[in-house]
Design a binder for this molecule. Structure first.
Ligand SMILES: CC/C=C\C/C=C/C(=O)SCCNC(=O)CCNC(=O)[C@H](O)C(C)(C)COP(=O)(O)OP(=O)(O)OC[C@H]1O[C@@H](n2cnc3c(N)ncnc32)[C@H](O)[C@@H]1OP(=O)(O)O
Length: 708
């Protein structure tokens, strides 16, 4: 609802009340319409202030209403009624004014913001555009380039930037409502002719056609198949070229195509999935709302390789004291320099002060004795990690949480090396650890719910999307990656090229195809793991057993490249060619193509034409099938957990909602049918055999996601 009150004898104060973010639900919209009418009819009211309850102006349209039969007064006429009012309407912006919330404020004649407020039009991130007049008013207010930037990226701006751009008229450090009331009194009775943004001409943009062509090109390149950013450019172009009324018509048409699109549904699903993963639960009954995290003031990191350095930076940036331990002197010296450089660059980017003084470096593991939580980030080797955990168990103070950054190893086995296995959890960061949003918090059968809660809370403090998952080889993300990679290798054996496979995945929306990613991460990483697992036979043997390991199809292609010293970008050669070791720009490599041809001849394989559809179905459906298996085993509590992991950690295109959501969009029956089809053709590839949960869901007609 919206509360109306008369303040300072002549100001009508309308307070939006719809906790937690004052989203513009049908009830709230009705409340605003009624309150505005009351204010305009009341002769005592000379000016009006609109504010939000509980320190937040408005989080925008109610996203939960989007999938429903929307009732209540529509936003556009409501905002027009505010703009055409004959008494000054002033928005008092505290907290956030986002999406429809900012559009409401743009309908007001003046905007006063608190210095800590954030403003933005993030509709594009939900697969939409600012279709309550935002795409037409903002360019008229701040000019086309600035509006285009805000609308196509959805980025939030600070009050200071909003003032500089001309979105708000005043910024205050004091009580925003008081300031707005005072301000509204000062302008009461003045003409409002120049204050209605819809009547402004759009500022002239030189070389309009060229400007929009370039903008469209840029947006298409970065959108990776997402349609909303493209529609946003079209809407802003309408603002720049059409009268307001016609621009609004165009905005409506564009919104209509977006509103019912699968992409909007997927992006809105991601919005809620990102929040749902915070409400974690474990099979042993641990829950987010009943488990109290332990306080963490001092954290320690053991091992200052690439991951350890990133984790140290991420911890220091949250304001914790950090003890960073590296036993190799040379590595320690290099790490100190690297960490302070990373902190400085991070601080410059965020406009904050660097924080290197919070870090204490040591060569001695004893230095972690006072830490509340320790994150082990040594080399991925079980024997080494076992030793570190035994030492930590001796050195750490009672109750200290012991975490490992392993990406695949058994958490419970590491826990068994300590005196208090309930205090051991995995904190699986993604490289670069201070940048990547995802954190897998891995609980073993003996991890206490307090340990999980503590790691989850720390992840949140670090700005991560933390997902609690169970303990198994590769946890959720890397476990699902295995069948995906495996299929990509098999497709090369059958006639595809790395370019073809990567192109199909990039066209789907991944920032990089699987082979480019392998080159970037280093082919030797997987090689080492496969060697440890006894999968690697040196040299190329022929005959039926050459490509079979442990009874299932195996491709030695990656091993053969490694034997040639082709480790990817770091060696300048991998699945692609780079201009130098460490080079970033991939080129097609004729050597690789000849190598594949020779390999096929030696193995008696006849190359066939592989198309993009097969690449997507085999790689993605095998990955999804593993996701169903993970759900069945209870390793992930729900499909949102898997989807969040893939969207925030593995480059899965957000506008496709994550692998499990995508499976639902495609149709579970279709996914199962295609898996069955490929499994029949390749019976030695168990990852193509639909798992029983998928079969049961298809048989029962049940869906995995209520949104579909
Ligand atoms: C014809 C015209 C049609 C359309 C034009 C307008 C379109 C829009 O306005 S689309 C919505 C645009 N707004 C946003 O994208 C903002 C989304 N919200 C946020 O960014 C954040 O929630 C926040 C910055 C406003 C607050 O952040 P924080 O304090 O961290 O809280 P949470 O994010 O955890 O949110 C708390 C709670 O509120 C739910 N929620 C937030 N915003 C909305 C919303 N716009 N509609 C519905 N629900 C919303 C959020 O999901 C959380 O609840 P759950 O934990 O239960 O999921």
């Amino acid at each position: 609802m919206a509360q109306f009150s008369l303040v300072s004898a002549s100001v009508g104060l309308i307070t939006l009340q719809n906790p937690p973010v004052n989203a513009l639900s049908a009830v709230l919209r009705q409340g605003i319409v009624d309150a505005v009418e009351k204010a305009l009819c009341d002769p005592k009211v000379k000016s009006v202030v609109i504010c939000g309850q509980n320190g937040i102006f408005c989080g925008g349209a109610d996203i939960r209403e989007f999938g429903t039969n929307m009732r209540g007064p529509p936003l556009i006429p409501m905002i027009h009624a505010i703009e055409s009012a004959n008494k000054p309407m002033v928005a008092a912006i505290e907290g956030s004014a986002l999406g429809g919330g900012l559009e409401l404020a743009l309908g007001c004649h003046y905007r006063i913001a608190h210095s800590q407020a954030r403003l933005g039009l993030p509709e594009v991130t939900l697969g939409l555009l600012p279709a309550a007049g935002g795409s037409q008013r903002l360019p008229r207010l701040i000019g086309v380039p600035a509006a285009l930037n805000l609308i196509t990226t959805g980025r939030h701006v600070t009050a200071a930037e909003a003032l500089q751009l001309g979105i708000v008229d005043q910024v205050t450090d004091h009580n925003t409502v008081d300031a707005a009331v005072k301000f509204s009194q000062s302008v009461a009775g003045q003409s409002l002719d120049g204050r209605r943004i819809s009547t402004y001409p759009c500022p002239v943009q030189p070389n309009l056609d060229a400007f929009f062509e370039e903008a469209m090109l840029k947006v298409r390149q970065s959108a990776r198949g997402a349609i909303a950013p493209v529609a946003c450019v079209q809407a802003v172009r309408a603002a720049a070229t059409l009268p307001y009324a016609q621009g609004m018509k165009r905005e409506k048409e564009l919104m209509a195509t977006l509103f019912t699109s699968g992409q909007a549904r997927a992006l809105q699903y991601c919005f809620f999935a990102q929040r749902a993963v915070g409400r974690w639960s474990t099979p042993s009954g641990g829950r987010w709302d009943t488990s109290k995290p332990r306080p963490v003031h001092t954290a320690a990191v053991i091992g200052l390789g690439t991951m350890g350095r990133g984790i140290t930076v991420a911890l220091a940036q949250t304001g914790l004291s950090v003890v960073a331990v590296e036993t190799q002197v040379k590595q320690l010296t290099e790490a100190k320099q690297a960490v302070s450089g990373m902190l400085e660059r991070g601080a410059t980017r965020r406009g904050a002060a660097p924080t290197p003084d919070r870090i204490t470096y040591s060569e001695n593991i004893q230095a972690v004795a006072g830490a509340d939580l320790v994150i082990e980030a040594v080399f991925e080797d079980m024997a080494l990690k076992e030793k570190v955990f035994r030492q930590l168990s001796d050195v750490c103070k009672p109750g200290a949480l012991l975490c490992t950054n392993t990406s695949a190893l058994d958490i419970d086995h590491l826990a068994s090396q300590t005196r208090n296995p309930e205090l051991v959890v995995g904190m699986h960061f993604f490289a670069p650890a201070h940048v990547m949003k995802l954190l897998e918090v891995v609980y073993g059968p003996r991890s206490s719910s307090q340990a999980v809660a503590t790691a989850m809370q720390l992840g949140k403090k670090m700005g991560k999307i933390s997902v609690a998952v169970g303990n198994c080889r590769g946890f959720v993300g890397n476990r699902m990656l295995k069948p995906y990679l495996e299929q990509a290798f098999f497709l090369l054996e059958e006639g595809a090229t790395p370019e073809l496979v990567d192109r199909a995945l990039e066209d789907f929306g991944f920032p990089m195809g699987v082979f480019k990613v392998s080159d970037l991460s280093g082919l030797d990483v997987g090689w080492r793991v496969r060697k440890a697992d006894g999968m690697v036979e040196s040299g190329l043997s022929t005959g039926p057993s050459a490509r079979i390991r442990q009874g299932r199809r195996y491709s030695p292609l990656g091993d053969l490249l490694c034997e040639q010293g082709r480790f990817g970008q770091k060696t300048g050669r991998g699945w692609y060619l780079y201009d130098k070791p460490g080079g970033r720009v991939s080129k097609s490599d004729p050597w690789l193509h000849s190598f594949l041809e020779e390999y096929r001849v030696q193995q008696g394989l006849v190359a066939r034409r592989v198309d993009q559809q097969e690449v997507l179905e085999r790689c993605l459906f095998a990955l999804i099938n593993e996701g169903f298996q993970i759900l069945e085993e209870g390793i992930a509590a729900g499909p949102e957990d898997i989807d969040a992991i893939y969207v925030f950690g593995y480059g899965w295109p957000r506008h496709r909602g994550g692998p499990m959501f995508y499976a639902g969009m495609v149709g579970l029956a279709k996914v199962m049918e295609r898996l069955d089809h490929y499994h029949q053709a390749h019976p030695d590839e168990p990852s193509l055999q639909p798992c029983s949960l998928l079969r049961r869901l298809v048989a029962s007609g049940k869906k995995l996601h209520s949104q579909l």
